[in-house]
Design a protein around this ligand. Structure first.
Ligand code: 8YV
Length: 377
């Protein structure tokens, strides 16, 4: 039965004035200091919770769900949600939400900042200067690689990838190539000024490669020694997505041995721990997972997560309609397209957790006059 006031757990200190909005509808248990929660602590915190507002630090899978019988909603503060086992959440019909869109431009900015810092050796130069090594101006000090007019590669062409492409094409006159699971519509390619390339072509052609694809087990270490060997030795690699995409030891080896010129990393496989092999290198710029870390954007992320959580729990102004869900919770939907033979239809889903999205769904139970159905995104 639905509790009158849902109980929610907030896993980290966020912005109190925004999180406090939940208290209008929910009983809130908010963690007051930055905490590294063990899986057992997450499970314990969720034991009596109806919902949770969490960050990428907290992992939720079948074990945590088994300990959380009342749990109905997880609002992830972040666009990436590889900390969540979506299949396990779907199986329990727990709604999960993320925070896309609001962080797109800020994260694309950071990607470009890392690219420029790495290719033009900004942080390396600064360390050298502060160390008192600038004794005399010399023509060959800190020679780097150009950004303008070079070839930019983007692996993963979602919203942030497109933001990087726009910056590269329109701002720096770059020749932009991208590789993605699916090709963008030609009109979008034209708008962002990018051309589709195969994975190997992308690796071989580009002067700078930015990783912006979501992490999954299938693309673990997609940039490994073999991929790095296909890149130009003068190239720059930037990772603003997830650490697990890159074999960091292979990357450190390539950077140390002149097989790759430079790298800019915001994410790490074992973060917050950073491999000593990377820390020892002068030609890698390292930032502590700050892709979305502008004050305005982090506030917008928390606001969206709060809206999502309340809505998924059936309270607040968007009750029942979380703005940005990632799970395909079964619900009653209206298909405005045409239902075809075999109960398969393509249509616009107008009333599901992903409202307004166009979807292809397999209808499993037609409820009325070919218009209302139960289906899956
Ligand atoms: C977040 C991120 O700050 O959105 C993401 O996927 O990696 C960052 O922007 C982080 O997820 C906080 O939970």
């Amino acid at each position: 039965m639905t509790a009158a006031r849902p109980r929610v757990w907030v896993s980290q200190p966020l912005f109190d004035d925004i999180v406090d909005q939940l208290a209008a509808h929910c009983d809130v248990d908010a963690v007051a200091t930055v905490t590294e929660h063990t899986p057992a602590a997450v499970a314990a915190a969720l034991r009596e919770a109806d919902g949770a507002l969490i960050t990428l630090n907290e992992r939720i899978g079948a074990t945590e769900l088994a300990a959380a019988p009342q749990l109905r909603a997880i609002a992830n503060v972040g666009v990436g949600y590889n900390n969540l086992d979506i299949a396990a959440l779907d199986a329990r019909e727990v709604i999960a939400t993320n925070t896309p869109d609001v962080l797109t431009e800020t994260t694309a900015d950071l990607g470009f900042a890392l690219l420029m810092a790495a290719a033009r050796r900004i942080t390396e130069s600064e360390r050298w200067l502060r160390d008192g090594q600038w004794q005399q101006w010399s023509f060959s000090t800190m020679l780097g690689a150009d950004i303008h007019g070079s070839t930019l590669g983007i692996l993963g062409m979602g919203r942030i990838g497109q933001g990087i492409a726009r910056r590269g094409h329109h701002g720096f006159g770059m020749n932009v190539l991208y590789h993605n699971r699916s090709r963008l519509p030609e009109a979008v390619e034209r708008q962002v000024g990018a051309r589709y390339a195969g994975f190997d072509e992308l690796l071989a052609q580009v002067d700078h490669l930015v990783l912006v694809l979501p992490y999954s087990a299938a693309n673990h270490h997609i940039i490994d020694a073999a991929a790095l060997a296909k890149m130009k030795p003068t190239a720059t690699l930037v990772n603003i997505a997830r650490g697990g995409l890159v074999d960091e030891l292979a990357l450190a080896d390539a950077l140390a041995n002149g097989r790759l010129a430079a790298a800019g990393l915001d994410v790490y496989e074992g973060e917050p721990a950073v491999r000593p092999e990377l820390l020892a290198l002068r030609n890698v710029v390292l930032t502590p997972h700050i892709g979305s870390a502008s004050l305005a954007t982090r506030r917008a992320m928390v606001l969206l997560a709060v809206d999502n959580l309340a809505a998924a729990l059936g309270v607040g102004p968007h009750a029942g309609h979380p703005p940005t869900p990632v799970t395909a919770r079964k619900t009653s939907i209206a298909i405005t397209g045409t239902a075809g033979a075999g109960k398969t239809a393509t249509g616009t889903i107008t009333d599901i957790t992903g409202a307004g999205k166009t979807a292809t769904g397999v209808i499993t139970d037609i409820a009325g006059a070919g218009k209302s159905a139960t289906g899956k995104r």
